[in-house]
Write a protein that binds this ligand. Structure first.
Ligand SMILES: [Cu+2]
Length: 324
């Protein structure tokens, strides 16, 4: 039982730090430097908190990359066809049955194929034995990543991830090109803002239909929009929430939903915006390139050196010494 006790202390510290530094609507993914130092203290021997060359909180490991973390493990459970079931086991090996509500739910289950297609965000039901069950969101064959985003009572918010294979003929889909506008279910959604590694960036998503701004978005899970970002390559998971919430006196129900997002690295991300209108939840998707640095933008003098010539010594190679 030492792990849950240790986590309790950590959770109190973390809550205090978040309360002081981050109000509602801030990034949920990376933790603050202050929270991270508590994290280090509370989990001695936790060897993954160094981030050489990063120097910023955003370099902290994002969520969803591990199937087991902080003593909690995501374990799929055999289920009837058409159902997806799993448990979260605690440090004692038993299924966790006590969860805190976060964003209106005790469990958020997000799935996407490894090629970033097929995104779904659903809310399973918890049985008394600690088994979560939901109509399977895995729509067809492929290798899927399933993310369980939850807060065990007495613990800190956690996202665990696991691969699940659905057998069948695989068709890999290329990632759609970066774009600042997309359509879904008759809505047009535009994206303004550039996510930046290591810094908080404002992302504004503006929703219209038939050319008219949508100004009567409905609250969904306590917000006018929910944004999940998955990093291409490893499907690192970031759950971002809007800057402001319904009823706070300043947040309007559209047409724009604004988020404060910080990505953990440069790279390509797929953004998934859930919003509710007309009683239906819609999901708009975008591909974005964070950092915005492309090989062609880098001056020749700072490009990585070419591989050493077959006859040269490795020590001899210096960047930009005449190969241009
Ligand atoms: Cu959810």
């Amino acid at each position: 039982m030492s792990t849950p006790l240790k986590l309790s202390g950590f959770a109190l510290g973390l809550a205090a730090v978040f309360g002081a530094a981050y109000g509602v609507g801030r990034v949920v993914g990376p933790v603050t430097p202050a929270a991270e130092s508590r994290h280090d203290t509370a989990t001695a021997g936790h060897g993954d908190t160094e981030h050489p060359g990063g120097g910023s909180a955003a370099a902290h490991r994002p969520g969803g990359l591990l199937v087991s973390d902080h003593g909690y493990t995501l374990t799929p459970v055999a289920a009837p066809a058409g159902e997806f079931a799993f448990q979260i086991t605690g440090g004692d090996g038993r299924p966790v049955t006590a969860y805190d509500v976060a964003h209106d739910k005790r469990m958020h289950l997000i799935v996407a194929r490894r090629d970033l297609s097929g995104f779904r965000h659903v809310h399973p039901d918890l049985g008394p034995d600690g088994t979560w069950r939901v109509a399977s969101p895995l729509a067809g064959p492929g290798v899927w990543r399933a993310f369980a985003d939850f807060t065990p009572t007495g613990g800190d918010p956690l996202t665990l991830g696991i691969d699940v294979t659905v057998p069948g003929a695989l068709t890999s889909r290329p990632l759609p090109a970066p774009a600042t506008s997309t359509t879904v279910d008759g809505y047009t959604v535009t994206l303004a803002g550039d996510p930046q590694p290591g810094r908080t960036a404002e992302l504004a998503l503006t929703i219209s239909r038939d050319g008219a701004p949508v100004t009567d978005l409905e609250p969904y899970l306590g917000a006018y929009g929910h944004l999940v970002a998955l990093r291409q390559g490893d499907l690192a998971y970031l759950h971002v929430h809007p800057d402001g919430e319904p009823g706070d006196g300043r947040t309007r129900p559209g047409p724009a939903v604004t988020f404060l997002a910080e990505v953990p690295s440069a790279g390509t991300y797929r953004l998934y915006l859930d919003f509710k209108h007309g009683g239906v939840v819609h999901t708009a998707e975008f591909t974005v390139v964070a950092g915005g640095v492309h090989a062609d933008d880098i001056p020749p003098a700072t490009r990585a050196p070419s591989p050493p010539a077959p006859t040269g010594s490795a020590e001899h190679g210096e960047p930009g010494h005449g190969h241009d």
